[in-house]
Design a protein around this ligand. Sequence first.
Ligand code: SF4
Ligand code: ZN
Length: 283
Amino acid sequence: MKISRALMEVRAFSHKEMFILAAVSGGRGSRAMLTALSELLGDRVVIMALTVDEGIPGVSDKRIEAAKRDCENLGIEHHVVSLKKVLGFTIGEVGELYLRGKLKLKPCTVCGVLRRYILNKMAKTMGADLLSTGHTLDDEAQEFLMKFIKGNIKDMTRSFSLGGAYELLVPRLRPLKYCSEEEIYAYLKIKGKSLQEAFPCPFVAGSYRDRVRQLLRRRIEEGNDVRNAIIKVAEGIARGLEAREIGRLKRCPECGEPTSRNLCRTCELKDIIKRVMNAHRKT
Ligand code: SF4
Ligand code: ZN
């Protein structure tokens, strides 16, 4: 019911030739998303899956393997794109520079931006009509709080837009955005699917998202579940900002991808990281 509501919001049921590219990480969210897409839309749209190989030693390979298995079980074509091939470095290398005090950027900050960039670029290259992600209600609530605390209004519009408002961005589909992690767990159990979570990344501990996640978890444990209220507010704000064209995108002069800045955040991060890497190689 909640999944159908999310699918209807972006009219994912509406036309037969539609091609949905699903971003998968081998975790519970992406497994539940693939299962739902395949059951509800599999006979009327083309579904393919894509995993970004971030190049995190001991993590990315295991996530790719799990994602591949999930896709095989559902008969969905699976592709892998390497962050190193697209941008010239891995998140493992970024993390190492950060841990050695050579780079101020936290690996998660870089990883999130670059993964979104690559997914949008690949979705356009492959001709996808919709880019689907396995974000749950918990992920959405965390995302909103993170952006709200940082006062990041422009990004807030795009993250919670109901899709199609930004011509340079492939419209997003988030089938699980109204489903809590507990509901996803129960859904997978009913469907007889693996309950294995995405292989844990060593960089998550102490990250901004992790702190926000714990904050929300504490509220739930205290009997104050604010997740549904947060997403309601987030979508209301996004609609209001969208109508006023706040967060409008233009092309990055360096890579041609969408941005609301002069230079897109990916090109900015890429320049910083490459500069630090080169300086580090010389020493
Ligand atoms: Fe990337 Fe951070 Fe997630 Fe690791 S925990 S995969 S670095 S966003
Ligand atoms: Zn750029």
